[in-house]
Design a protein around this ligand. Structure first.
Ligand code: CO
Length: 137
């Protein structure tokens, strides 16, 4: 089959204090934030740090019922999900569904930076929450 994944889009890290995390990446790695966005539908605020053609996505919840708030409560800070770039999110979802993967999103939905995204449940993905990211630019 044709490979579905074209690139690692981002590695998402859940943190309690977004500004503190950004400062740490700046001070320790000389990194700089290229994009900040609040995604209301997910209840998160994110800061993106560019590394080559991929991003480190620092994530913090904006409200207590956000999935990221629940994650922090349960597991603490750390790796939250990996975003893989795909050329066609809907086609990738159909393929995954056919392969028996458990999906969180049955259809693509808007993500940050004008992308279309869909999440794959960690249950059938060996414990990793996976996000499919289609760049629509
Ligand atoms: Co993400």
């Amino acid at each position: 089959m044709e490979p579905l994944l074209s690139e690692i889009d981002h590695v998402a890290i859940a943190v309690n204090d977004l500004d503190a995390a950004v400062t740490w990446y700046e001070d320790v790695f000389g990194a700089s934030v290229v994009h900040r966005e609040v995604v209301d539908s997910d209840g998160v605020s994110e800061a993106l740090i560019k590394v080559a053609d991929s991003y480190i996505q620092l994530l913090t919840p904006t409200r207590p019922d956000s999935p990221v708030a629940k994650y922090l409560e349960k597991k603490g800070e750390g790796l939250h999900h990996v975003g893989y770039r795909v050329t066609d999110c809907e086609a990738a979802l159909a393929s995954l569904r056919g392969a028996g993967a458990r999906l969180i999103d049955e259809v693509p939905r808007p993500g940050s930076r004008g992308t279309m995204v869909a999440f794959v449940h960690p249950k059938t993905a060996f414990g990793t929450l996976i996000e499919l990211v289609q760049d629509t630019h």
